[in-house]
Design a protein around this ligand. Structure first.
Ligand SMILES: Nc1ncnc2c1ncn2[C@@H]1O[C@H](COP(=O)(O)OP(=O)(O)OP(=O)(O)O)[C@@H](O)[C@H]1O
Ligand SMILES: [Mg+2]
Length: 288
């Protein structure tokens, strides 16, 4: 199918307020780095309030996919639609052309992202880090930005650390500040790329707890994770990516219990072998 053939005549023809449209719709997404095709035809829909966990081996394209959804990476073919609007491209005289940076920023305005590395400003307090984009991007007054930033730090359980600098915060606390920073922009969807992978094991729980609460509050989320327990508990849908394709997708129970697909079986087996001490969990969530 020619993915470019049935483009809308304008990137703004779809209504952003159409609540029935999937929040994110990815169709035949392809992306190459030089000679290597890293995403090889991804189809994915994320409905409002849905939590999708993305699992898969290293190098399979998980981060590249998320980065395409946040317009941090361009894509070569296919569609990425955010609330019905095409991201990154627009149609001019029957051709698809790169959208202006202003247009891209507008379409991805409601997409928040949290990375493995927290990327906090070292010279700003936790509060300052959360306020920064509110001042510079949203142009809120200092008072309004401070009020909202405080509320967000409270959401992640860190109101008492508002004045602390990143160097004085644990990794888990820094990641929670990064989550507060993203939430302060009032996103409609949050993308998480292995948010707990850089953390000491005993700090993972506090970050997952915040993410679970977000999910309970109805936040739409796409989470690349190796935390299978989190995926099994929280995800509405689990997508297993292998070599740039979604090889298996379904409810956690289907994906974890009925892992018939050989690559998925192998992936999960490796995971559960590494976590063999966790016998109870492996019995519950491991492949049948
Ligand atoms: N900027 C880039 N330039 C060239 N190749 C890249 C670039 N970014 C990623 N790649 C390649 O694309 C492939 C997919 O990378 P990606 O980071 O999306 O994988 P991943 O599934 O997130 O892996 P991991 O689990 O290790 O984070 C890899 O082969 C990687 O080397
Ligand atoms: Mg990655």
């Amino acid at each position: 199918m020619n993915a470019l053939a049935d483009m809308p005549t304008s990137a703004t023809t779809a209504t952003a307020s159409d609540d029935s449209a999937p929040l994110i719709e990815v169709r035949d997404l392809r992306k190459r780095f030089g000679e290597v095709e890293v995403l090889r035809g991804i189809d994915l829909q994320i409905a409002r309030s849905e939590v999708v966990c993305i699992i898969g081996p290293s190098g399979s394209g998980k981060s590249t996919l998320l980065r395409c959804l946040a317009a941090l990476e361009t894509y070569d073919q296919g569609d990425v639609r955010i609330e019905g609007e095409l991201l990154g491209y627009t149609e001019r005289n029957g051709h698809r052309v790169r959208a202006s940076q202003g247009e891209i920023n507008r379409v991805r305005r409601n997409v928040g992202m949290v990375f493995q590395q927290f990327n906090l400003w070292p010279h700003m307090s936790a509060l300052g880090n959360v306020m920064e984009a509110l001042l510079r991007v949203r142009h809120l007054s200092r008072d309004e930005a401070r009020r909202r930033a405080h509320a967000m730090l409270e959401t992640v359980g860190l109101a008492h650390k508002a004045d602390a600098y990143p160097a004085k915060l644990s990794g888990g606390q820094q990641q929670r500040v990064a989550i507060a920073r993203a939430l302060a922009m009032e996103p409609h969807i949050m993308l998480f790329d292995e948010p707990t992978s850089a953390l000491d094991p005993e700090l993972v729980g506090e970050v997952l707890q915040v993410m679970k609460q977000l999910a309970r509050d109805g936040m739409t989320m796409a989470v690349v994770t190796h935390e299978m327990g989190f995926a099994a508990q929280v995800a509405d849908k689990v997508a297993f990516i292998d070599q740039g394709r979604i090889a298996v997708a379904g409810k956690p129970r289907e994906v974890f219990h009925d892992a018939g697909q050989p690559r998925l079986r192998q992936f999960l087996q490796n995971y559960f072998d590494r976590n063999a001490f966790w016998t109870q969990g492996a019995d519950e969530a491991g492949p049948a």
